[in-house]
Design a protein around this ligand. Structure first.
Ligand code: PGA
Length: 252
């Protein structure tokens, strides 16, 4: 059985005071939840303050990005080692906004994946096709390339530190969600690919979560799919009520 994994990606939202208020609300509202992983990813500048609120919590912290070197002359960048030092247990890598707005390639993303794993943190590797790629029947080709290249030179044992987030770009922030069946089909494809690249045990263990306009109203259906192990939530993670309802999804 794979432990469900629900993460909130706050993107470029919330001041430190607002972030602290939200983690406080989540922390007190979710204390009884013990059977799933709960993660939030505030902006870099709010991480240490959020970490002090969450020091004794069942909610863990993620960073939204990192640079693949731990120190050096890289003005403006933040390293995995520093994110760990700030209290993070996870780092999101390869989000479609990074790929599209900042030109990140699969090779660069792979360096980040390896750098995060080297610190002992868990990496949340985001993949997903654009609308054009889906309409051009390229979805599986794109997912295969992103998984293969993103996980290049990662050993089977290190896969325990990897969560894959399938986020179709056309569903991110658009209000359009992949249907339960579309999402399941992609997750099933990714899991088979992991079995090919590693082995069946790794494929059975790896968590593959869905992202793209997940909301209280659609989370239950999505998470009822056999290969959907959780959610990476953007917009709906900014409101305590909505995110708590998503965390309390009912897949039964
Ligand atoms: P969304 O974002 O839930 O607002 O669509 C998801 C994401 O970008 O991770």
């Amino acid at each position: 059985m794979r432990r469900p994994f629900i993460a909130g990606n706050w993107k470029l939202h919330k001041t430190t005071a607002e972030a602290v208020a939200l983690v406080e609300a989540l922390d007190s509202g979710l204390t009884d939840v013990a059977d799933r992983d709960i993660v939030v990813a505030p902006v870099f500048t709010a991480l240490t303050s959020a970490a002090s609120v969450l020091s004794d919590s069942n909610i863990a912290l993620a960073a939204q990005n990192c640079y693949p070197e731990n120190q050096g002359a890289f003005t403006g960048e933040v390293s995995p080692a520093l994110l760990k030092d700030a209290g993070c247990r996870y780092v999101i890598v390869g989000h479609s906004e990074r790929r599209q707005l900042f030109g990140e390639t699969d090779a660069f993303i792979n360096r980040k994946v390896r750098a995060v794993l080297d610190t002992g943190m868990t990496v949340i590797l985001c993949i997903g096709e654009t609308l054009e790629e889906r309409e051009g029947d390229k979805t599986f080709e794109v997912l295969e390339r992103q998984v293969r290249e993103g996980l290049q030179d990662i050993g089977a044992a290190a896969m325990d530190g990897v969560v894959i987030a399938y986020e179709p770009v056309w569903a991110i922030g658009t209000g359009k969600t992949a249907s339960d069946a579309q999402a399941q089909q992609a997750h099933d494809f990714i899991r088979r690919l992991i079995a090919d690249l590693f082995d069946k045990q790794v494929a059975e263990r790896v968590r593959i979560v869905y992202g793209g306009s997940v909301k209280p109203g659609n989370v239950d259906g999505l998470l009822r799919q056999p290969d959907i192990d959780g959610a990476l939530v953007g917009g709906a993670s900014l409101k305590a009520e909505d995110f708590m309802r998503i965390v309390r999804f009912e897949a039964g």
